[in-house]
Design a protein. Structure first.
Length: 95
């Protein structure tokens, strides 16, 4: 017969193990696969420009700390940052 630890899955699952049941109530991780953040010195200008160009309101102030705060409020566990560069010379400063 399997032990309780043998039936771990990363989501809620009930598995009949011979004479008993194994009930797992672990939660799934939430990952946002499309976020943006900028160095603190660049964020205010970048957000202002992007809001005007896209005619849209930003969800946070564009900084890493702003992104982390937004993630905490939304219950997001991890994020992938998608850099924005409009010309090659901008690539390195926004990493």
């Amino acid at each position: 017969m399997r032990q309780e630890t043998d039936c771990f899955l990363p989501y809620f699952f009930v598995w009949q193990a011979g004479e008993g049941f194994c009930i797992i109530t672990a939660t799934m991780k939430v990952i946002d696969f499309h976020t943006h953040a900028f160095p603190d010195s660049l964020a205010p200008r970048a957000i202002d420009s992007l809001e005007k160009e896209g005619n849209i309101q930003a969800f946070h102030d564009g900084t890493i700390n702003g992104l982390l705060g937004s993630m905490d409020r939304a219950g997001i566990d991890a994020a992938v940052i998608a850099s924005i560069a409009t010309k090659p010379s901008q690539f390195a400063p926004i990493l």
